[in-house]
Ligand binder design. Structure first.
Ligand code: RTP
Ligand code: MG
Length: 147
């Protein structure tokens, strides 16, 4: 089963969107297997956004992502990496369609609410950057048993 790293960015936490975002992925049918509210270090942020080092927006990006609490999550499911990116919407908010998280909640590309891993390699790297193995919980759901 595929896993991905999703993160409600500082703007999403400040705007009270954690619940709304968790709800969307739960309702889609994905399973939350790890989560925590955290203020990430500069080292974690630089590693996370290494591919963007040297770009014009890099310094602003690192400073933004370390500016306050973020809500990091690990989600599991079939095709969760690609499908969660679709649910997030395009990076440029001018292209982010209504119905997607960025399309519904973001106005500026630099304040775009959510991060999601873009490949299996990124997912593994990002999960390891923010979570210890024991913070990922493996479990199966049996709804009928609990209702
Ligand atoms: P993310 O990594 O945060 O999930 O976003 P993404 O894959 O959709 O976009 P990416 O190309 O990885 O860019 C990372 C973040 O940098 C900011 N950005 N600003 N001003 C700009 O042209 C620009 N381009 C990117 C965005 O906040 C983007 O999410
Ligand atoms: Mg990216």
């Amino acid at each position: 089963m595929e896993k991905t790293f999703l993160m409600v960015k500082p703007d999403g936490v400040q705007r009270g969107l954690i619940g709304e975002i968790v709800k969307r992925f739960e309702q889609k049918g994905f399973q939350l297997v790890g989560s925590k509210l955290m203020v990430i270090t500069r080292e974690q942020a630089e590693y996370h956004y290494e591919e963007h080092k040297g770009k014009g927006f890099y310094e602003e990006l690192v400073s933004f992502i370390t500016s306050g609490p973020v809500f990091g999550m690990v989600w599991e499911g079939d095709q969760v990496i690609t499908l969660s990116r679709t649910m997030m919407g395009k990076t440029n908010t001018l292209d982010a369609l209504p119905g997607t998280i960025r399309g519904d909640f973001a106005v500026h590309t630099g304040l775009n609410i959510i991060h999601g891993s873009d490949s299996p390699e990124s997912a593994e790297r990002e999960i390891n950057n923010f979570f210890k193995p024991e913070e990922i919980v493996s479990y199966s759901k049996d709804v009928n048993k609990w209702v």
